[in-house]
Design a protein around this ligand. Structure first.
Ligand SMILES: *Cc1c(COP(=O)(O)O)cnc(C)c1O
Length: 229
């Protein structure tokens, strides 16, 4: 199996540099996006100390989760959540980033098995008004928070965005929205996560306040979609 240590160290250095530029001393979490990559690749990254992994495709993800079930991994679902997939997601993952409708959060809460920790979720926002993008309108976020915070088996952690390439302003807009929610709901103590930044834009995202970067290509190399689907 490939040695990923150089790639991972480089990404960790990039995060640190961006923190230094922004005078940040808090932690930024690195989510390793392993979609299309094998269980062996995940194991190799795990052996370097990586614990959080992100997947987009449910069937593929569940197979890997099953194979690697002895490991201490936090699995994040970062794809779009379809209504008929909520049960499998609620039973297999500890985080879900792509929530843009209340009904999906309600179903995940209802279907979270008893005895498992609350499911951590982020609300996906279409921060820069892209036509083709998932995510709720920024104006709808407060109303969603209002309802989601009361769901019994959900821990509402924050916001997730995928802005258009090179739209650095969108990261700052998201941070503002994130802070507005924190101010409006001071008792929502789980509100601590700003999921933004990928391989190509993790530094501007961290400089704008991201607390979790979702990185695939810069860690694992390019993706070959022909193998899996
Ligand atoms: C695939 C994916 C990523 C990782 O993208 P890279 O450019 O490979 O780092 C991050 N977030 C989401 C939602 C993704 O689907």
């Amino acid at each position: 199996m490939q040695d990923f240590s150089q790639a991972r160290n480089h990404v960790l250095e990039q995060i640190q540099q961006a923190c230094d530029i922004a005078h940040r001393t808090d932690q930024v979490k690195l989510l390793a996006v392993s979609k299309t990559h094998s269980s062996q690749a995940i194991q190799a990254m795990y052996d370097l100390g990586q614990r959080a992994f992100g997947e987009n495709y449910l069937q593929e993800a569940c197979a890997k989760i099953d194979t690697l079930q002895g490991l201490d991994i936090d699995w994040h679902f970062i794809g779009h959540v379809q209504r008929n997939k909520t049960k499998q997601i609620a039973t297999h993952f500890s985080w879900v980033h792509g929530i843009d409708r209340l009904i999906i959060a309600q179903r995940l809460s209802d279907q979270r098995p008893e005895g498992m920790a609350p499911l951590n979720i982020c609300i996906q926002v279409n921060i820069d008004g892209q036509d083709s993008k998932d995510g709720c309108d920024p104006e709808d976020v407060i109303a969603m928070v209002e309802k989601i915070q009361d769901l019994p088996h959900i821990a509402l952690r924050g916001l997730m965005v995928i802005p258009a390439p090179n739209n650095t302003q969108a990261f700052f807009d998201t941070q503002k929205l994130f802070r507005d929610v924190a101010e409006a709901y001071p008792t929502l103590t789980s509100w601590d996560t700003l999921s933004m930044g990928m391989s190509g834009d993790l530094q501007p995202a961290v400089e704008a306040g991201s607390t979790l970067v979702r990185v695939g290509t810069a860690l694992f190399g390019g993706r070959d979609y022909s193998q899996n689907r």
